[in-house]
Design a protein around this ligand. Structure first.
Ligand SMILES: Cc1cc2nc3c(=O)[nH]c(=O)nc-3n(C[C@H](O)[C@H](O)[C@H](O)COP(=O)(O)O)c2cc1C
Length: 197
């Protein structure tokens, strides 16, 4: 698919159909996630692949199936996605990398201009979202309910901070969620040469 078409189609999908994703597509999405940049090439992003019955271990963080359907009716369509990718980042990997002799800029006082691990993890997430669309799939990124419990359920070491979960599957095109707030105009968010009028 042409890149601009992928970008134009980039939208979160909140209703999937019951259809398996071919393994080759899953592997391509996973490989693409790790083609993104990372500060100092620290590579502190890691992903947990969750499929089949294991998905309930994520969903149940939001309560029982009945509670979820009652409090968030969209959950039924979202939970049809056959693939969940939980994305984690490690600050420790950046601290270790930036202590190496060619770096050392941020290691002494722990002041980071921006937390690079979150930036890099976000880039990996976007690569997954765009890869899914390129393959004719849909995807949704959601935050995590209980990071500690999620880590415990999947034996994830404490150094890894969960960014969220990407649900991936074939979209149910009969449904499209409508934004509750309008998209801000480009004239408001792009500042050319100086900020303001
Ligand atoms: C960091 C982050 C967290 C998000 N968390 C949720 C979430 O928990 N549930 C959800 O339905 N959508 C979530 N979204 C999706 C946003 O609601 C969505 O991107 C936004 O409304 C714009 O719509 P679009 O992505 O379809 O263009 C999240 C997006 C981001 C980037």
């Amino acid at each position: 698919m042409e890149f601009q078409v992928v970008v134009n189609r980039r939208q979160m999908v909140r209703r999937f159909i019951d259809r398996k994703i071919p393994d080759v597509l899953v592997e391509q999405i996973l490989a693409n996630m790790f083609k993104g940049p990372s500060a100092g090439f620290s590579q502190g992003t890691e992903v947990l692949v969750i499929q089949g019955g294991q998905r309930e271990k994520v969903y149940s963080l939001w309560g029982s199936k009945e509670d979820r359907r009652r409090s968030y009716p969209l959950s039924e369509g979202i939970e049809k996605a056959p693939l969940l990718l939980a994305v984690f980042v490690s600050k420790k990997k950046y601290e270790e990398r930036y202590r190496m002799s060619d770096k050392q800029r941020y290691s002494q006082d722990d002041t980071w201009p921006a937390p690079f691990w979150f930036i890099d993890g976000g880039m990996a997430v976007l690569l997954a979202l765009l890869s899914a669309i390129d393959q004719g799939l849909g995807a949704l990124f959601t935050g995590i309910k209980d990071p500690t419990e999620l880590r415990r359920r999947f034996s994830v070491p404490e150094e890894f901070i969960p960014l969220g979960v990407i649900s991936i599957g074939y979209a149910d095109h009969t449904y499209r969620s409508k934004p509750r707030v309008p998209r801000r105009p480009l004239s408001e968010v792009i500042h050319r040469g100086r900020w303001g009028e």
